[in-house]
Design a protein around this ligand. Structure first.
Ligand code: AMP
Ligand code: MG
Length: 454
């Protein structure tokens, strides 16, 4: 593996990270290499690439570290999380190269520092699909099997490592870690570093907060335009730069239900589909709180920051309108709001398949399940009066049953379904070669719960 590494995070004050090499595995086995992304980054991989992704070899110039962070998990403060099963090798072409599932670290607590092939394949396919769909996200560079079995609730499972690429791995929880410890020197260094990487080098916390709020609002609107439910929007899984990070028990819903929950650990529905804007705003309030120690006039800053966080709602409303107006072929104006909402209500009442309904909308809306609803004709007449540009919707989404099928096959050593799915997800607005990849699940394929399965 040849790449030019910079290690800017490793030059920050010591409390921000701990040096840690990946822990070697028994028998690295290649699963997938994203050569297009490697080319973009200027990384050259040789025949032994799997050894580098597995962590058995460390590339020249890398300075592997683990990052410190805290987080609110389901609303409860956890003062110390950190990279418990990941190492950051360093930055290549300005992008972090991180190995996830790379063994125990000083932050592992009780965990084994590993990941099994299920969540690794899931994150690989879904993050690459999100990128192709135009959603800001971490990317997947490669994945390997480790040759080691790891113990999870379901028994022994094949271990795997994901090489993840991101413009940084700085989370709301990273700021919370130093703010909570009243470590102003580290908080300031983290702020400056983050501002340089994500916010044009400003030194004004209110500028960073305002921009972060706007990006989160747009991001969640984009998720919702795909029927996507992140599933664990804890502050440690909320990226300060406004990209999707940490795909755990995420899901794309089948039958539309505005308050759908998939995650087996989300007992109260905190991160239900329709709660995502509220929860993103809540996370932004935690970011605001974490930034307060940087402000001289605390009272004035509280007022200012509160107004900025309250601005989330207006940003979200505008972004959501823009996303759904494009999906339904309506003008991006407030007059479209009620037409959008009434369509979603009909979708909810009919339990229509989210992906298929929109995918078919441009061609023949009259044949859709929603068209059977008594309110549809009236709605459709209003739609026709207002319709603007042609509707634009993805045909291919890495839906739960496809991802599950790809995982089940990969566990038996068959990567065919994974490869077909990844390939179709690269051009999501085109009809896939394999027509099966646009079909909703038949009853026995329905995935109704998802698991962290870390
Ligand atoms: P997650 O739910 O994956 O976002 O992880 C929450 C926290 O638990 C992070 O600090 C992770 O590094 C840590 N963690 C998750 N899985 C493991 C594992 N298998 N071993 C050690 N730490 C883990
Ligand atoms: Mg996480």
């Amino acid at each position: 593996m040849k790449a030019t590494f910079h290690n800017s995070y490793a030059t920050l004050p010591a409390p921000l990270f701990v040096r840690q090499n990946p822990v070697a595995v028994t028998a690295p086995k290649a699963l997938a290499l994203n050569t297009a992304l490697a080319d973009e980054l200027g990384i050259t991989f040789g025949d032994d690439w799997a050894d580098f992704i597995a962590g058995n070899k460390v590339p020249h110039g890398a300075d592997p570290i683990t990052q410190a962070y805290s987080g609110h998990q389901f609303g409860h403060w956890n003062p110390q999380l950190g990279d418990g099963r990941a190492v950051l090798l360093g930055e290549v072409s300005g992008m972090d190269i991180q190995l996830k599932g790379s063994g125990r670290t000083p932050w592992s607590r009780g965990g084994d520092g590993r990941a099994w092939i299920g969540p690794v394949l899931r994150e690989f396919v879904i993050s690459e699909a999100m990128h192709a769909l135009g959603v800001p996200t971490t990317r997947a560079l490669a994945m390997v099997e480790t040759g080691d079995q790891i113990l999870r609730e379901d028994g022994l499972l094949p271990g795997a490592v994901l090489a993840r690429v991101a413009p940084s791995h700085i989370r709301v929880g990273t700021f919370q870690y130093f703010s909570a410890r009243e470590d102003l020197a580290s908080l300031t260094a983290l702020f400056d570093h983050t501002a340089d990487r994500h916010f044009d080098g400003t030194r004004e916390p209110n500028v960073v907060l305002a921009e972060a709020v706007e990006r989160q609002a747009k991001l969640v609107a984009q998720w919702m335009g795909l029927g996507f439910i992140h599933g664990v929007m804890n502050t440690d899984n909320s990226h300060v730069g406004g990209i999707t990070i940490d795909y755990g028990p995420c899901a794309f819903m089948d039958a539309f239900d505005p308050m759908r929950v998939f995650s087996s650990i989300d007992h109260t529905g905190r991160y239900a589909f329709g709660n995502q804007p509220k929860m993103a705003a809540w996370n932004m309030a935690q970011l605001a709180t974490a930034l307060l120690p940087l402000m001289d006039d605390r009272e004035a800053a509280i007022k200012d920051f509160t107004a900025i966080v309250h601005g989330f709602s207006a940003h979200f409303t505008a972004a959501y309108r823009s996303v759904y107006a494009a999906k339904l072929g309506l003008p991006d104006t407030p007059e479209s709001d009620a037409i959008i909402q009434d369509f979603m209500d009909i979708m909810a009442m009919t339990g229509a398949d989210f992906t298929q309904t929109f995918a078919g909308f441009a061609d023949n809306p009259e044949t859709l399940a929603v068209a059977q609803h008594p309110e549809f004709d009236g709605w459709f007449a209003r739609w026709r009066d207002h319709a603007g540009p042609a509707p634009k919707n993805p045909q291919v989404i890495p839906r739960n049953h496809f991802v599950q099928g790809a995982i089940d096959a990969a566990v038996t050593g068959d990567l065919g379904p994974f490869r077909a799915l990844w390939s179709a997800c690269k051009t999501p607005f085109q009809a896939p070669q394999d027509a099966a990849l646009i079909q909703p699940p038949v009853p026995e394929q329905i995935v109704s719960r998802t698991f962290c399965g870390t």
